[in-house]
Design a protein around this ligand. Structure first.
Ligand code: ZN
Length: 325
C-alpha cells in the first residue's frame, strides 16, 4: 500500500487529520496531527535507527515531573513500538522491513497507548504549553506539534536571538586550549605507550579514548569551539598517539640496549617514520584517535538557535472527530 493511502486509512481509523505537507517524521507522505482526548497526537512514517523504515508517533501531554512514571505506565501497551518519554512527550518508533504494519493494528495500538496515558499524564487541554493561557490552535514548533500562544512565540524568538548573539560574542581562548591540549596529549601518550609496553599489545579503543580526552581538554581551554580549535584537537590527538608509539618503542630500546630513556627516545624519534611505516598499527591508531576527536567536535558544534513556527493549515481530510476536539 502506498504511504499516503496508508495514512489516509489510518486517519479514518483514528480520527486524526491528515496533513500531506507536514513531513515531521521525514517521509514525504506527511503526517497525521491532531488531538485525542486532549492529548496532542502525531503519527507518520519515517526512518528509525540505522535507517530502517519505521512507523513513528508522538504523544504529547502537560508537563510532568516524572517521565519514568509515564514510561512505566505506557510500556505494557507499546507492542512492537520502542518507547522513549520525557517530561512532555512520549516518542514511539516501530521499524519494519517487509510491509508496513496494518493500519487497523496501529490504530488499535494508539488507542491502547492513549488509554494508558490517561492513567499517568494530564492532557494539554487547549492551553499554551509555556504560560498556560488558553490557546485553541495547534502549530508546529521546529516540527513538533504544540500549543504555543502568540505572546510566548515572540518571547521564545527573542530569547533564542539573544542566545545566538551571546554565543557569537563568547570569548575563544585558543592559547589556553592549546595548553590543555598539549597536557592531555602528553598524558595520553604516556598511558598509550606504557600500556602497550606492559601488556604487549595495543588497544585501538584506547586511541578513541585519547581522542575524546584531548578533545574535551581543548574545549575546556577554548570555551567555544572554532575551526582553529578543531584543528588543534585533530593535530594533538594524532601527535598524542604518535608520541605514545614513540614512548613504547623507546621503552623497548631502553630494555634491549641498556639505555636511559632520553637517549632511547632520541634513537626512536630519529627513526620514527621507518618504525611507524614498518608497523601496521600506527596509521590505524591515529585514525581511531581521530574518531574520538570527531565525536567531541560533533558534540560541540554550534547549536541551532532557531524557533520555526508553522501553522497546521487545512488538512487533506477533515473529519468530524477532528472538528470536535
Ligand atoms: Zn503562552
Amino acid at each position: 500500500m502506498k504511504n499516503a493511502e496508508w495514512l489516509r486509512q489510518l486517519s479514518n481509523l483514528t480520527g486524526l487529520p491528515y496533513y500531506q505537507e507536514h513531513r515531521i517524521f521525514g517521509d514525504k507522505s506527511g503526517a497525521l496531527i491532531g488531538i485525542t482526548d486532549g492529548y496532542i497526537v502525531a503519527l507518520g512514517l519515517g526512518k528509525g535507527n540505522g535507517g530502517h523504515a519505521a512507523v513513528k508517533a508522538l504523544l504529547r501531554y502537560a508537563k510532568t515531573q516524572d517521565a519514568t512514571h509515564v514510561k512505566q505506565a505506557l510500556t505494557p501497551a507499546v507492542g512492537k513500538f520502542k518507547l522513549t518519554a520525557d517530561e512532555t512527550t512520549a516518542t514511539l518508533v516501530q521499524t519494519y522491513s517487509l510491509g508496513k504494519p496494518e493500519a487497523p493494528d496501529v490504530a488499535e495500538r494508539m488507542r491502547d497507548l492513549l488509554a494508558a496515558l490517561k492513567t499517568c499524564a494530564s492532557p494539554i487541554d487547549g492551553k499554551c504549553e509555556e504560560c498556560g493561557k488558553a490557546e485553541p490552535q495547534i502549530l508546529l514548533l521546529n516540527g513538533v506539534p504544540t500549543r504555543y500562544c502568540s505572546g510566548c512565540q515572540v518571547q521564545l524568538t527573542q530569547k533564542l536571538d539573544a542566545a545566538a548573539i551571546a554565543y557569537e560574542n563568547l570569548e575563544t581562548n585558543l592559547p589556553l586550549g592549546l595548553l590543555y591540549g598539549i597536557g592531555a596529549a602528553l598524558l595520553g601518550s604516556i598511558a598509550w605507550g606504557g600500556v602497550a609496553y606492559l601488556v604487549h599489545r595495543i588497544f585501538l579503543w584506547g586511541a578513541i579514548l585519547i581522542g575524546l580526552f584531548v578533545g574535551k581538554a581543548v574545549v575546556k581551554g577554548t570555551g567555544k569551539v572554532t575551526w582553529a580549535a578543531r584543528i588543534v584537537i585533530g593535530a594533538m590527538t594524532v601527535a598524542s598517539v604518535a608520541f605514545g608509539d614513540s614512548i613504547f618503542y623507546s621503552l623497548i630500546v631502553m630494555k634491549e640496549n641498556q639505555l636511559a630513556f632520553v637517549p632511547a627516545l632520541k634513537v626512536v624519534l630519529l627513526n620514527f617514520w621507518k618504525l611507524e611505516s614498518g608497523s601496521d598499527g600506527g596509521f590505524i591508531s591515529a585514525l581511531f584517535g581521530l574518531i574520538g576527536a570527531g565525536v567531541v567536535m560533533y558534540g560541540t558544534r554550534k547549536p541551532a538557535f532557531k524557533a520555526r513556527f508553522v501553522a497546521l493549515g487545512t488538512p487533506a481530510i477533515t473529519l468530524k472527530s477532528a472538528a470536535t476536539t
